[in-house]
Design a protein around this ligand. Structure first.
Ligand code: UD1
Ligand code: CA
Length: 482
């Protein structure tokens, strides 16, 4: 049983088969206001698409099999981006408004007693807030419950018209363009997140009309329709207005990204990670770091990166999808991707670890060193100006300055295997495929093309010629030019 199902099961009688709950996520819109070729819900904050955040939150309330995502604009692209989440998709081929999105979902939701509706462009919503809405909806025995908020600037959002200020009952939701002068001052917004009793919703859903400025079917009109039909429509305010803000423009998207990253930094600091000047760091939402690690300003930690305890990550390093052990030192300006670094290793400054690098415990990778699919054993060192690609390097082996593994013959990649306790002299080129056995020595400046047996010295460089007194003899044999 996965975590989401466990959580859902743990919720008790609310989710018994008789009161089955589905989540519908509206994600079919184009996102015209973003002025982008990419569908709105695939724009990213915190290193993850907006829709990915909403699905993750919903999956903590119901099982993925009870989540229905309405897709339309560039549907295939949207589906592909979240295909691994296990949710269902509903097609809304022409996007005629949020009400139309739910009309398209009718057949799928008919068997559920209640539905929660989320917006694919409201990504900071937390599972606890969704559950809070759900509990209130049940306690109120409402036909429709909307989640509201009072943000500092309500411009652009639909506003909530309540019976009286204190009453939970709602008469209508009025979109920005339709607000009267008096309603302009009304700061309580509709978050676009709702709970519905399905049977009542479906009984009235065809009453929606396109009688509005955009000629769309507005789901928000259900508040007035149900209220007029004598059904109970209520609202509950979210604790944190920031959680329900939408991303309709790039400026709003970037603001949500900043909010999320600040929350991620706070989460990490709360478990003992020191992040100096966190506002300068770019830390993706799913990054994990153990206590007593220090992150200097202007660091980027991306994707699924995991960092152990007591590490120091110095400024201007970018670390993506990497796993770092404990007490790792990453000097300034390193670029690390899809790599593993063992306890006590030291990297950089200016090192480039490309995918598939595995740096062993206490190994050193120094300045201007590039690795790719390279495994360095415990205590191995490559401290200066080196390229190690498709290479296996044994424990305690020392790679001198300027050593190059020639792994590519213009057609294929080949492997260089270097044993333990090997000394590779500076400026050597190792032409793969090649094996250098344990304890061997390679003289500086060698171009090694043949395997080197254990314990032997390999030298492959031009013989040095020394001619004593040559300079003076040359000078005396030549007259200075006029
Ligand atoms: C909507 C609400 C507004 C609320 C705001 C909160 C309506 C009419 N208005 O406005 O009251 O304050 O959300 O963020 O609902 N979508 C579809 N199919 C469509 C149209 C939209 O799936 O045909 C999806 C969009 O992809 C988006 C969500 O529904 O994820 C909301 O649509 P959007 O156009 O962003 O609505 P808002 O103008 O923000
Ligand atoms: Ca929106």
């Amino acid at each position: 049983m996965n975590e989401a199902i466990e959580l859902a099961a743990a919720r008790g009688p609310d989710l018994s088969p008789g009161s089955k709950l589905a989540v519908v996520i509206m994600a079919a819109g184009k996102g015209t206001r973003l002025k982008s070729g990419r569908p709105k819900v695939l724009h990213q904050i915190g290193g993850k698409p907006l829709l990915g955040h909403v699905i993750a939150a919903a999956s903590r309330v119901v099982a993925p099999g009870d989540i229905y995502v309405v897709v339309g604009h560039q549907a295939e692209r949207v589906k592909a981006a979240v295909a691994d989440t296990g949710v269902h998709f509903i097609e809304q081929p022409d996007q005629r408004g949020t009400g139309h999105a739910i009309q398209c979902a009718q057949a799928a939701i008919g068997g559920y007693e209640h539905i929660l509706v989320l917006s694919g462009d409201v990504p900071l919503i937390q599972p606890q807030t969704i559950e809070h809405l759900w509990r209130f909806h049940q306690a109120e025995r409402a036909a429709m419950t909307l989640l509201t908020a009072v943000p500092p600037d309500p411009t652009g959002y639909g506003r909530v018209v309540r019976g009286s200020k204190k009453s939970p009952e709602v008469g209508a939701i009025v979109e920005q363009w339709a607000l009267t002068a008096q309603q302009q001052t009304q700061r309580e917004i509709n978050s676009g997140i709702y709970a519905f009793r399905t049977k009542i919703l479906l009984a009235h859903l065809d009453k929606l009309t396109t009688n509005n400025a955009h000629g769309e079917l507005y789901l928000t009109d259900m508040a007035a329709i149900l209220s007029a039909a004598g059904e109970r429509v209520v609202a509950i305010e979210a604790g944190e207005a920031a959680e329900v803000l939408g991303a309709n423009t790039i400026a709003e998207l970037v603001a949500l990204d900043a909010t999320l990253r600040a929350a991620t930094a706070s989460r990490l600091m709360a478990v003992g990670v020191t992040i100096f000047r966190p506002e300068t760091c770019v830390i993706d939402a799913e990054v994990e770091i153990a206590p007593d690690t220090v992150i200097e300003p202007f660091v980027q930690l991306l994707g699924s990166t995991r960092i152990g305890g007591e590490c120091l990550i110095r400024s201007f390093s970018v670390i993506e999808n990497c796993k770092l052990g404990n007490s790792v030192l990453i000097h300034q300006s390193c670029v690390l991707a899809d790599s593993t670094i063992g306890d006590g290793a030291k990297i950089g400054p200016f090192a480039h670890l490309r995918p598939g690098s595995e740096i062993g415990e206490n190994a050193h990778v120094g300045n201007f060193v590039e690795t790719k699919k390279a495994r360095l054993g415990k205590g191995a060192k490559a401290n200066h100006l080196t390229y190690l690609g498709d290479a296996e390097i044994g424990e305690r082996t020392n790679i001198g300055a300027g050593v190059i593994t020639c792994n590519y013959d213009g057609v294929q990649k080949h492997t260089t295997t270097i044993g333990k306790d090997v000394f590779v002299g500076s400026d050597s080129t190792l032409v793969a495929p090649l094996t250098v056995e344990d304890g061997a020595y390679i003289g500086a400046g060698s171009c090694i093309t043949k395997d080197v047996p254990a314990g032997s010295l390999a030298l492959a460089r031009a013989q040095q010629i020394v001619k004593p007194g040559w300079v003076a003899a040359r000078r005396s044999s030549r007259k200075p030019s006029q």
